[in-house]
Design a protein around this ligand. Structure first.
Ligand code: AGP
Length: 610
């Protein structure tokens, strides 16, 4: 939920920290701060608002120094104010600390520390850690003080700490919130994720839970919080700076919507074997028959990933005839679910760091159930904690509203469906047809992207004043209705609901007025006739209908007020096409309303708290 950056080495820390924060701003952007150790000691500046506001604030300050930490915040405890912004310090402004996570026992610890004479200046949980480090700090052994402090903590943390007694040292630690370390030439970096480091180094060390590391320009040491030395391997990441740049687009979301023909191709590249008419997913081979013989699959995720899970349920049951149930991760982890033998849990997470999804994974593992993960970030916690998994290879997704990751998640779910189906009676001829249909999708998405100007016109026509909207679909199109509604509401702040089209007459039909646009996903699939009936029910009550329809469907023009066409495709693959106009619609409504589509209010890219 927040972004952490740190640097110790021979170069000017200020610029590295500020640029790193900008790369992480999508993780949280209500306030920020920086602390740099210079010849005169540690200078700390904090600001409400975006990184640009912090930059203005430090413009006239001498922040010379080659060691520093910085933070961009998504508020959990305490409003976005300068006092609550990180870094936080102790009573004597000796210890400086940034944190990502939630300290669940912060109130109790704060009361104890206040009784011991500590004075607090913020409403945050984070400040408690700084005072605990102060309490345990003896001499210059910052690492030992951090270890002692963290043993008192209940909750999640990814932290970076420095203090006056340790001139070039940064101590980092993690439990539940990601911390990655970049290895340079006599310099070390630390960040919440790789995107802040990749312009400096691609040599990355992933810290594990309950680990701390001591970074100095000439060396790195890692230990458990219980002081047991650990050995860490250095991984070469395959990202480069161009992947996290705008590349001539106005926003990351626009770039990522338009990347989808290539990212969908990347999701199946090297995984289709035409001669054998089958799919091979290396990451699942480790599970062998456990996966192929699964008697039930529980898919657990959050948000957009949960919508792709619903599509996966349709695909896997339709193609492989394996029973599937889909669970919100935040519900699954607490409802004491019944999990019969032969069940597999599949978690889906773009970031691989979503706290609720990670907790669902851990709940399944606690019960001894094999866990697969579909994720996008190599080395992410969920990717590393699962028993096996499949990366979607969508590249960094910076826009808070997930787009390309969603379509790539659906591709992987289609591959899983085909892999299971071929092991359970789907014939070679059917298999090759399914492979060919998938290989057509990238070009078909390119064709759908050509409707952007039409969709932009619809945004102007229907949403300039609309305060509510309804998205309706059936079968494979119902999860797309949900996703279209989520996209619209999370970036344009127009209230939108997704519903099974037939359910509309059981209540939501009361909302129909000419001022509330109703979007139907109405492709010519097995239940097309039924959706036409629902569309007429809306029209009969004066509603305005936008239909996402199949190219060549002339009939629908007689019912809908406006129609956006997508190419025809087999039913399991239509979601990859029908979602694209809805992504574009949300984008253009939000842009028309002057919203920040990449960093919508109150949101963050990776929800690493419960
Ligand atoms: C997607 O547009 C949302 N920003 C959000 O719902 C997101 O899908 C959800 O937080 C899950 O994130 P994950 O895929 O990284 O786990």
């Amino acid at each position: 939920m927040c972004g952490i950056v740190g640097y110790t080495g021979k170069r000017c820390a200020r610029d590295i920290l500020i640029e790193g924060l900008k790369r992480l701003e999508y993780r949280g952007y209500d306030s920020s701060g920086i602390a740099v150790r210079g010849p005169g000691g540690i200078t700390c500046t904090r600001s409400v608002g975006r990184i640009a506001d912090l930059e203005k604030q430090i413009a006239g300050i001498d922040l010379a120094g080659s060691v520093g930490i910085a933070h961009t915040r998504w508020a959990t405890h305490g409003a976005p104010t300068q006092a609550n912004a990180h870094p936080h310090t102790d009573c004597s402004a000796n210890v400086y600390l940034v944190h990502n996570g939630v300290i669940e026992n912060c109130d109790k610890l704060k009361a104890q520390l206040e009784q011991e004479g500590h004075t607090f200046t913020s409403e945050t949980d984070t400040e408690v850690i700084a005072h605990l480090v102060e309490k345990y700090l003896e001499g210059d052994d910052l690492a030992a003080a951090v270890q002692q402090a963290l043993k008192r903590i209940i909750g999640t943390f990814g932290i970076a700490v420095m203090c006056r007694q340790c001139p070039d040292t940064i101590v980092v630690a993690r439990n539940g919130s990601p911390i990655v370390i970049g290895v340079g030439d006599d310099e070390y970096y630390v960040a919440s994720d790789v995107s802040a480091l990749v312009e400096h180094t691609r040599q990355i060390i992933y810290l594990d839970d309950n680990e701390i590391a001591i970074l100095k320009p000439d060396g790195f040491r890692s230990l458990t919080i219980d002081n047991v030395p650990t050995t860490k391997k250095v991984t070469e990441v395959d990202w480069d700076i161009e992947m996290i740049g705008l590349n001539n687009f106005d926003t990351f979301m626009a770039k990522e919507i338009h990347e989808q023909p290539e990212t969908v191709r990347a999701a199946f590249r090297g995984r289709l074997y035409r001669e054998q008419c089958e799919v091979r997913l290396g990451g699942l081979m480790d599970l062998g028959d456990t996966f192929l013989d699964a008697r039930r699959i529980i898919i657990s995720a959050c948000g957009t990933a949960w919508h792709s899970a619903l599509i996966g349920e349709c695909m896997i049951e339709d193609i492989a005839r394996v029973p599937v149930e889909v669970e919100y991760a935040s519900e699954f982890r607490y409802r004491n679910p019944i999990i019969e033998p032969g069940t597999i849990v599949l978690v889906i997470s773009q970031s691989g760091e979503t706290a609720d999804t990670l907790a669902a994974l851990n709940e399944a593992k606690r019960r001894g159930v094999p866990v697969l993960a579909i994720s996008n970030v190599v080395g992410s916690t969920i990717a590393r904690e699962s028993d096996a998994g499949v990366y979607i290879h969508a590249g960094p997704e910076i826009g808070v509203a997930s787009t390309k990751a969603f379509t790539s998640q659906m591709v992987v779910l289609y591959l899983i469906s085909l892999m299971l189906g071929r092991a359970r009676g789907v014939g070679a001829a059917e298999g090759i047809k399914m492979i060919q249909a998938l290989e057509n999708i990238p070009d078909q998405i390119s064709k759908v992207l050509e409707v952007e100007s039409q969709v932009q016109h619809l945004a102007e026509k229907y949403y300039r004043k609309a305060e509510n909207s309804l998205f309706l679909g059936r079968g494979y199109s119902f999860p797309i209705a949900l996703e279209g509604a989520l996209k619209l509401k999370e970036i344009s702040y127009v209230h939108a609901e997704g519903y099974p089209a037939a359910e509309m007459k059981h209540g939501p039909i009361a909302l129909i007025t000419p001022d509330m646009p109703v979007v139907f996903i109405a492709v010519q699939d097995s239940i097309y006739d039924k959706i036409l009936v629902n569309m007429k029910e809306v029209k009969a009550r004066g509603g305005k209908v936008i239909a996402i329809a199949t190219e060549g469907d002339a009939l629908i023009n007689n019912i809908a007020d406006d129609v956006v066409y997508v190419p025809d495709a087999p039913e399991p693959l239509t979601p990859l096409l029908t979602v694209v106009p809805l992504q574009l619609l949300a984008y253009h409504v939000a842009t028309m309303k002057g919203c920040d589509v990449d960093k919508p209010r109150n949101l963050a890219k990776s929800v690493t708290v419960e």
